[in-house]
Write a protein that binds this ligand. Sequence first.
Ligand SMILES: O=C(O)C(=O)C[C@H](CCCc1ccccc1)C(=O)O
Ligand SMILES: [Zn+2]
Length: 329
Amino acid sequence: MSGNCGNKSSSENQLRKYPLKLDKLPKLKFDDPKLDEYIASDEPVVIQGCKLVASTSKWNLDYLNKHMNGKYTVIVSHNHKFKYHDEKKMATSKVNFQPTTKRVKMPFSEFAEKVRNWKKGDERLYLQQVLDNSVGKEIVDDFLKFNWNWITDKQIKNNWGPLTSNLLLVSMEGNVTPCHYDEQQNFYAQVYGVKRIILFRPSEFKCLYPHPVHHPYDRQSQVDFDKPDYNRFPNFRNAQGYETYIHPGEVLYIPMYWFHHVESPLKEGPTISINFWYKAARTEQIVYPLKDYQKVAIMRNVEKMLGEALRDTNEIGPLLRTIADENYF
Ligand SMILES: O=C(O)C(=O)C[C@H](CCCc1ccccc1)C(=O)O
Ligand SMILES: [Zn+2]
């Protein structure tokens, strides 16, 4: 019996447990004057009532199945984790790398069928399709009815760059997108079902051990949250994060460089989300002290520069260690 214990919603009971101290994220109404302060200071917040994707209130798997008649990008995994790998870096990477997921094009009807008939042991599917004109006319109409005034006002107020893409995310229950960061600002809109998101500020970098920049898993944490290897990643014990459950109609602001782990609760059925990735504002005037995300950007640039200079990316670690061990204790 998956009864409700206490005041938690059922989805909050169907959770994978992680050895993490997690604070709650604030949830603010769209017209709360404090909201703009959170966004301006790159602090995550859940926004209620902004109606960003109100035109998707009738969306579910059947509605999408009816109006999406093309073939769409579906990620296939033989476990519940969908760790994203950069295919371009696979070609140039010097490490023997085996991806744990593959990317296929599939008719929506086939995707929906496989999700409906899924049973333990089957490979898992996660539809991750850029919203473009490959979707049906009704979907385009719903897209055009997004609250573009509201989100464009936020984009301009914060000097963000252009909207780079909207990703339509249709997940099976139980799927996990492991902990990673993106270099873009993100308004993450929940359309159908409840999603759990765990976030860490960029300064938790030392506790989350992202892969090297040249690795296909660049930006992704090396730590397996299901089975952390504390010998290799001792600081993971001290990781301090935030957690929230977003419901249909709510929008989570995920600031650029903030680590996030996203999951669809077990036994709660499929979930649908749409993200809005914006290029970050250009840094006109450097202000000291630097922000924590700027230090991550600096570390990335040092790795990239050393990769150019050394050619063999396997030499980057030893050279950095020589500098650190010899000159800076
Ligand atoms: O919106 C975000 O930033 C998320 O991480 C949402 C996440 C899927 C993202 C898949 C992905 C990760 C990296 C590069 C390209 C695609 C989810 O909802 O499971
Ligand atoms: Zn992401």
